[in-house]
Write a protein that binds this ligand. Structure first.
Ligand code: NAD
Ligand code: UDX
Length: 461
């Protein structure tokens, strides 16, 4: 298909963890659409155009290679992409504000606003502008006001289409989504734009999975979805703390509770706490929204989900310290996993970071191993040289270590030769399994002192 023959032109502003994969899927599923992903970060775009994609995500590379150069393009030419597009997805970052009013809670919308100004500056024709980024409720109002400021100019119809993919399973999440949510104004033009976006997804998503709402419900549903998921994790993690002092097993409790179909089994795995770029940020965003509207009790309710998460990480560090005779000074601890979850190299808000800093405060020496996250871990821990080492090979990471702290449940850690590992470690050897990944009984029989999460310890003294 020559470029002029494309039925529709889509631009996506922001070539990150969301923009890159979502557009790769749209390009694969809609060959008659031209999809151009743009970013101001030249190195990111260069990486998308290379054989070494900027993010690790199972299945992503083949989807990108199948469409790149045919109907999927990566570029830093933001103006041209906007100018020719019928539909513009805004997929820029919306991190927690670190300065001024709302610092530490509110979303920093500077990148959204800059994008809106750029769209207004460049556009000569009417466009549909889709909020793909996670934004506070009523952000579409702000976009609308910026895009339609001044006299005349083209018309922009704003849609909210939040992204629900989870990293590590992004491709299957997008190819087989539980739902696609599209919010629009309920005007004639709003409904037309909504249908235009529905048609894109209808290429592969059954119509009954497309949920349409007003703009504000759609924006709020994204924050609420993440808050509910995180709340389940904090709930089970709070129970893990009770299990550890009562000899109940959190896995057994989680199974017993989750088998009630009204509760469900998913997202009830106790661990060292949730991480990633979304949960903390989006809950805090919700907290700020509640505070802004004077809903202090509601704000406090959601604040506790984050508080329990922080408690869980510091509890893990305290448990390690207590088990290892109340001192970690100069003891080597091998940290297994640094990514915030398996199958990604992403370390944004990874529990491993807070746990590392907690262990360093106790003056432990760390060796971090991870199959994909070491480049990011090195950036996160800049300045800790001398007390933190990085080692790709887990067998080398544990040489002379007093303990292993498993923080990310990479499946490859299950298959390690723990007898060999035990022989290479200082004695007594400790394992703290922060994700309950390993066979604790077998480890105990090898000679390890084993500390599962939310379960009784297995120790030799
Ligand atoms: P990211 O930081 O990986 O990517 C954002 C990209 O936007 C960056 O490459 C940045 O250079 C680019 N950008 C910023 N300002 C720009 C501008 N003015 N013009 C062009 N490019 C610009 O972020 P992400 O993880 O992809 O998240 C994007 C949004 O999606 C956020 O709002 C996030 O909350 C939301 N979200 C993320 C996930 C996830 O799993 N990562 C899931 C659902 C929703
Ligand atoms: C999340 C949401 O799942 C996704 O819908 C949204 O679009 C973005 O935020 P993500 O952060 O990529 O996705 O991964 P997710 O699988 O939700 O895991 C988040 C964190 O929770 C990880 O640190 C994970 O280890 C932790 N987690 C998850 C648990 O501790 N226990 C669980 O049972 C599930």
């Amino acid at each position: 298909m020559s470029k002029q023959d494309f039925k529709r032109k889509i631009a996506c502003i922001g070539a990150g963890y969301v923009g890159g994969p979502t557009m790769a899927i749209i390009a694969n599923k809609c060959p008659e659409y031209k999809v151009t992903v743009v970013d101001i970060a030249q190195p990111r775009i260069d990486a998308w155009n290379s054989n070494n994609l900027p993010i690790f995500e199972p299945g992503l590379e083949e989807r990108v290679l199948a469409a790149r150069g045919k109907n999927l393009f990566f570029s830093t030419d933001v103006d041209s992409a906007i100018s020719e597009a019928d539909i513009i997805f805004v997929s820029v970052n919306t991190p927690t504000k670190t300065f001024g009013q709302g610092a530490g809670k509110a979303a920093d919308l500077q990148f959204i606003e800059k994008t809106a100004r750029k769209i207004k500056e460049v556009s000569k024709s009417d466009k549909i502008v889709v909020e793909k980024s996670t934004v506070p409720v009523r952000a579409a109002d702000t976009l609308d006001q910026i895009l339609h400021s001044g006299e005349g100019g083209p018309h922009f119809e704003i849609l909210s289409n939040p992204e629900f993919l989870a990293e590590g399973s992004a491709i299957s999440d997008m190819e087989n989504p539980d739902r696609i949510l599209i919010g629009s104004k309920e005007t004639e033009k709003g409904l037309e734009a909504r249908e235009e976006l529905c048609k894109v997804y209808a290429h592969w998503v059954p119509r009954e999975r497309l949920i349409t709402t007003n703009l504000w419900s759609s924006e709020l549903s994204k924050l609420v979805s993440n808050a509910f998921l995180a709340q389940r994790i904090s709930s089970i993690n709070s129970i893990a703390a009770i299990c550890e002092v009562t000899e109940a097993s959190v896995s057994e409790v989680s199974n017993a509770v989750g088998r009630d179909s009204r509760i469900g089994r998913k997202f009830l795995n106790a661990g060292v706490g949730f991480g990633g770029s979304c949960f903390r940020k989006d809950i805090l965003n919700l907290v700020y929204l509640c505070e802004f509207h004077g809903l202090e009790e509601v704000a406090e309710y959601w604040r506790q989900v984050v508080a329990i998460n922080d408690f869980q990480m510091s509890r893990f560090v305290k448990r390690i310290t207590k088990a290892m005779f109340n001192t970690l000074v100069d003891k080597k601890i091998a940290l297994f996993g640094f990514a915030f979850k398996p199958d990604t190299g992403d370390t944004r808000d990874a529990p491993a970071l807070q746990i590392t800093l907690g262990l360093l405060q106790e003056r432990a020496k760390l060796c971090i191993t991870d199959p994909h996250a070491l480049p990011n871990a090195k950036l996160d821990l800049k300045g800790c040289e001398g007390t933190v080492d990085f080692e790709e090979d887990p067998y080398r990471a544990i040489e002379g270590a007093h303990a292993i702290a498993l923080v990310t449940e990479w499946s490859c850690y299950k298959d390690l030769d723990f007898k060999r590992i035990y022989d290479l470690m200082e004695k007594p050897a400790f394992i703290f399994d922060g994700r309950n990944l390993l066979d604790h009984k077998a480890l105990f029989e090898i000679g390890f002192n084993v500390y599962p999460l939310g379960k009784p310890d297995l120790k030799h003294f």
